[in-house]
Write a protein of this length. Structure first.
Lengths: 306, 173
């Protein structure tokens, strides 16, 4: 075989000119970009390659894991003892509630039956470990260590011990990808716990969230806790989501700018609970005229013209 | 081929498998999950730029495109984002290679810095057109780290091409 560096370089047969090659590859990349951003057609490629690269990906994560384990090993016994004490005290504090939970749930079921209402769906969950944050700096996603083999499906809600973290968006056989609440593409229907005002909470970037489409005089205060309203059929109602930290009622805009901070450790890592699928809500009937009493749901509902 | 064109040292020819091997190692290094820690260099971009500068006939835009696709999948980012950025990086690096190699290593690094920054800028613009959030100024720190690594990486990747230095007074080269 001839070696470049000793053999004369190919003066004449050099292929297409660099600019032509550049134009070719750039247009190919742009086509891919459009195909993925606009039409979401390349998921299967991603799935195949990601599955094949999974062992490699785990292997590369090992030094990081080992460093974390080593740090934990060095953590003082005193801190562990204190943490243990704290956990035990907290468990005792909530024991009162937990012991009565079963009783209350049964009572709730009976009362609902009396009132002829639909049963609340029991919560079931699967504990997963958050492995690492995805490297993509433009979105906020984390990877958890349970996948379709363990019964995770796209669309399931993910919570930690304080509140909602996000939602499963992509499922691989052994891992899945969770889109965090603080991502700009993520929206979640919530209600203000204090007065039941419904709204849509969307990620605003840099770890904060924004309560959208609420009128400038909406009844929201700094410090209000937002819980899921359950209207979307994804999240169970009543899960804590965020706390209002800043309200900017500028009268020149029709909506108030309400900034919220997530309650759960959205950007911290640890264990998370993937909630089971919710039963699908019955489809919305077409013929019922839309009541004007739903301005805060965030979706503009168009009346059908007949 | 010398480490720089102004040096008097003649290198052995490069082996193809070594280029492929280093690019694969860079790809694996990019898979290490550092999360959102700022300042982690993009190893693939660094090694790709190095080979485009030193071996523009062997490594070019096609390699950049394939590596970019691999990175897009590994990063869970939009398909084509890294591909586009790496193709432009390879074009710039291969186009400037005849100029860059005449400078000492510190000035080579200064030539490479705008290429890396441009690559990150291209990625940012494509993603923000797609509606993503601004990743913060600290994200650009990874270009600067990559630039600082240009000097050590040059020696590391040229080691297999160095030949033992035997002084012969009759044959000065």
């Amino acid at each position: 075989m001839s070696v470049v560096g000793h053999a004369p370089p190919p003066f004449f047969k050099r292929g297409p000119a660099p600019l032509v090659r550049l134009a070719f590859f750039v247009s190919l990349s742009l086509a891919l970009l459009v195909a993925d951003l606009r039409f979401h057609t390349l998921e299967w490629v991603r799935l195949a390659v990601a599955t094949a690269a999974w062992p490699l990906q785990r292997a590369t994560g090992m030094p990081i894991d080992a460093a974390g384990d080593f740090g934990a090993y060095l953590s003082r016994q005193a801190t562990l003892l204190k943490e243990n004490e704290e956990l035990r005290r907290r468990q005792l504090g909530t024991a009162n509630l937990l012991l009565r939970q079963d009783h209350l749930e049964r009572e709730n079921k009976r009362l609902r039956a009396l009132l002829d209402m639909r049963d609340r769906q029991p919560v079931e969950g699967r504990i997963a470990e958050i492995l690492y944050a995805a490297r993509d700096p433009f979105s906020r996603r984390v990877i958890i260590d349970k996948g379709s083999q363990q019964g995770i499906a796209a669309g399931q809600a993910v919570v930690d011990d304080i509140g909602v973290i996000g939602q499963v968006t992509r499922v691989f056989p052994l891992t899945s990808e969770v889109l965090l609440l603080t991502d700009k593409d993520q929206a979640i229907p919530v209600e203000v716990q204090r007065n039941g005002l419904r709204a849509v909470l969307a990620g605003a970037g840099s770890g904060m969230m924004e309560l959208r489409f609420l009128a400038a005089n909406a009844e929201v205060q700094v410090g209000d806790v937002l819980v899921t309203s359950g209207l979307d059929g994804v999240y169970l109602p009543g899960l804590p989501v965020a706390r209002v930290v800043k309200i900017d009622r500028d009268s020149s805009h029709s909506f108030a700018r309400i900034t919220c901070a997530p309650l759960a450790g959205v950007e911290r890592h640890g264990l998370a609970l993937v909630l089971g699928d919710r039963r699908a809500l019955p489809p919305q009937p077409d013929d019922v005229p839309v009541t004007p009493d739903q301005p805060t749901r965030g979706k503009r509902v168009k009346k059908k013209v007949r | 081929m010398q480490p720089t064109h102004s040096s008097r040292r003649i290198l052995l020819p490069v082996r193809n498998w070594f280029i492929v091997f280093t690019l694969l190692v860079a790809l694996v290094l990019n898979l290490v999950p550092f999360g959102r820690l700022p300042g982690i260099p993009d190893w693939v971009a660094l090694v790709l730029a190095f080979w485009c500068v030193h071996q523009p006939l062997k490594v070019g835009m096609a390699a950049g495109f394939v590596l970019g696709l691999a990175m897009d999948v590994a990063d869970a980012s939009v398909m084509g984002q890294h591909a586009l950025a790496y193709v432009l990086l390879a074009f710039a690096a291969a186009g400037l290679s005849r100029r860059v190699l005449w400078f000492p290593l510190a000035q080579q690094a200064l030539h490479v810095l705008p290429m890396f920054l441009g690559m990150q800028l291209v990625m940012m613009v494509t993603r923000m057109i797609g509606g993503a959030e601004f990743p913060g100024v600290l994200w650009f720190l990874s270009s600067i780290t990559a630039t600082l690594l240009w000097h050590p990486v040059t020696y590391l990747l040229l080691i297999p091409q160095f030949r033992p230095e035997d002084k012969d007074v009759h044959r000065p080269i």
